[in-house]
Ligand binder design. Structure first.
Ligand SMILES: O=C(O)c1cc(=O)[nH]c(=O)n1[C@@H]1O[C@H](COP(=O)(O)O)[C@@H](O)[C@H]1O
Length: 274
């Protein structure tokens, strides 16, 4: 099954557009795991078990594993997700972007070492830095387009004086991803829930691409406005929330609390489709 097919199947089966982000910071772990980087796998596996039937995708952020020398735990977690939630695609949030020969290695890391179904990429270095990922048949790649952070303005909201119609940089990225760069239909875009007007703009330029939309929850993005701006029939959105779900409780009931918060967010997103 391709990444896109998995996404559609998970969306239908779990009636969900919610992506549970796995950003494990041992300092924020609940009571019994607090401060223990050897418990990253246990913590994340408990969250996965509690939310597997509520999610359109899981998104582990690689820095939270690499920073603690926990790549081995990430490998085990990937296997665990495959085993307990084979229907839920996994987006490895690595935000890679480098020359082609190096990108080939990053693609092997994401798709072969970790077995991810999709990856996040910076488009800053141009198409030849993205192309190596597209050689991996059926895998997805989300290009950073209009990110959720305030500093996204610094470059993404600059105008291209040399291009007809003078698009903003993020609009140009959306146009490339919808059109000439999307050789085999593997591309999607990352747009922040913190900027719904810009999600709407991206949706106009890229009417069919899957949009990965982080920023609801801890960053304050509006879940309802996000769905209204980005969701269209046949054009999926994957709305990520990390901290507000995984740290919903600092007690030993953290997995149940994560499930409650995931269910609340999932239901809010679904209701906004009406
Ligand atoms: O690519 C991403 O996932 C991403 C893009 C973006 O524009 N903003 C953004 O917050 N993210 C990631 O999404 C997650 C957001 O986490 P919370 O703010 O805790 O929900 C983090 O893993 C970020 O690295």
């Amino acid at each position: 099954m391709t990444f896109l097919e998995m996404l559609g199947a998970a969306e239908r089966q779990n009636q969900s557009m919610l992506c549970v982000g796995l950003d494990p910071d041992p300092l924020k772990f609940p009571g019994r795991y607090k401060g223990d980087s050897n418990k990253i796998y246990d913590f994340c596996a408990a969250i996965v078990d509690a939310t597997a039937d509520l999610s359109i995708a899981f998104k582990p952020q690689i820095a939270y594993f690499a920073a603690h020398r926990a790549e081995g735990q990430l490998e085990r977690l990937m296997e665990h997700m495959r085993r307990v939630a084979p229907q839920v695609p996994i987006i490895l949030d690595a935000k890679r972007g480098d020359i082609g020969s190096t990108a080939e290695q990053y693609a092997i890391e994401a798709f072969e070492r970790y077995g991810a179904d999709a990856v996040t990429l910076s488009p800053f270095m141009g198409f030849d830095s993205v192309a190596p990922y597209l050689k991996h048949e059926g895998k997805g790649a989300f290009l950073l387009c209009r990110t959720s952070n305030p500093g996204g303005d610094d470059l993404q909201n600059q105008r291209f004086a040399s291009i007809e119609g003078q698009p903003l940089l993020y609009e140009h990225v959306a146009r490339l991803a919808q059109g000439p760069w999307n050789l085999n239909g593997q591309l999607g875009l990352v747009v922040g829930a913190t900027y719904p007007a810009e999600i709407e703009r991206v949706r106009l330029v890229a009417p069919t691409l899957p949009l990965l939309i982080p920023g609801v929850g801890a960053q304050g993005g509006d879940a309802v406005a996000t769905v209204k701006a980005g969701w269209r029939p046949g054009a999926p959105i994957i709305v990520n929330s990390s901290r507000s779900i995984i740290y919903a409780s600092s007690g030993d009931d953290f997995a149940e609390a994560a499930r409650r918060e995931a269910m609340r967010t999932r239901d809010l997103l679904q209701a906004a489709r009406a």
